[in-house]
Design a protein around this ligand. Sequence first.
Ligand code: PMP
Length: 369
Amino acid sequence: MAETEIRARFPRPKPWIEAIHAYVPGKSTGKDGQPLIKLSANENPLGTSPLALAAKARVPALYPDPDSKALRARLGDLHGIDPARIIMGTGSDELLNLAAQGYAGPGDEVIYVRYGFAVYDIAARRCGATPVVAPDADYGTDVDALLALVNDRTRVVFIANPNNPTGSFLPKGDIARLHAGLPSDVLLVIDQAYCEYVAPEDEDGAMALAAANKNVFVTRTFSKIFGLAGERIGWGTGADEIVSTLNRIRGPFNVSSTGQAMAVAALNDLAFVERCRVHNRDERARFVDKIVTLGNYGLRPLPSQANFVLVLFEGELTAEEAFEGLAGRGYIVRWLPNQGLPHGLRITIGRRHDTDAIAEALREMAERT
Ligand code: PMP
């Protein structure tokens, strides 16, 4: 057999899988591998509830409960949801992927916004669906632009609220309008990874939509305000039909025993969550105020309801230079050229002295350029 024929017989990935650009996680080291203070992955700078940390030690190393019963019961209690309508995931990432896989395939379209969370693109492509990107409105989510793209092939619409990496937030009325404008056979996935950072009186109504409609799926995570990113625990809720569809295709033991125990304990320490929300609200406001004063150097912080701020560099100092300058001072933030934002740095709100040091460093660099 000719050599070329032998080569032709290697397994070939599906073309839609080959088209995927792998997710790039937030880094924790600089170019030469030195550890940096990590403000690149929107983790909780205040750590994890001590109750959750204490629960970790008490878990046997056997297979986990495949149905996360205790955790779903606690979540159901807390949110007034029948636990049968709650599904757990290996992070909310797993659930976002399952939502696309369960409802879209080759020939179908999946819509999300430009400057949205990178996983939506991967989730759409890996099931062979066609990703369709809606234009933004000054970096925010534009409901009319999303609705204008809906057609007979649309199967799933993803939005994050607050959105990553912009931090923008759609109020309840806009979320309701988006849902009302979608055909009832299009699944609306509302990704609430950062919702605990929003003031309770401003909540976006996603949970009520998921409770009352057959085409809304809401995802949440323990990775952000609960500080349990390493345990990989997310959850989602929607109609019985959605939850049972996704349960058929999830990993059978997708949430570890330790993760389940820690998450239950974390839900028993909501005072910790409230402390983290208030810390983030106050430090974010202080940080934004400082960056606003650098407006004459072209720095523009976008309004954020999340635990990070996207700062645009529209003057002499470039985002890349600022990124390198911060790394030289011991901080790693997120520079986003791969997401169409070569002029943006997404900066996680850290402890007060770190956030202050970053603002100060940006001032120094802007003044020097
Ligand atoms: N949604 C959004 C908007 C996110 O930013 C993230 C984390 N970067 C996730 C979902 C996924 O988080 P996890 O899988 O840790 O729950």
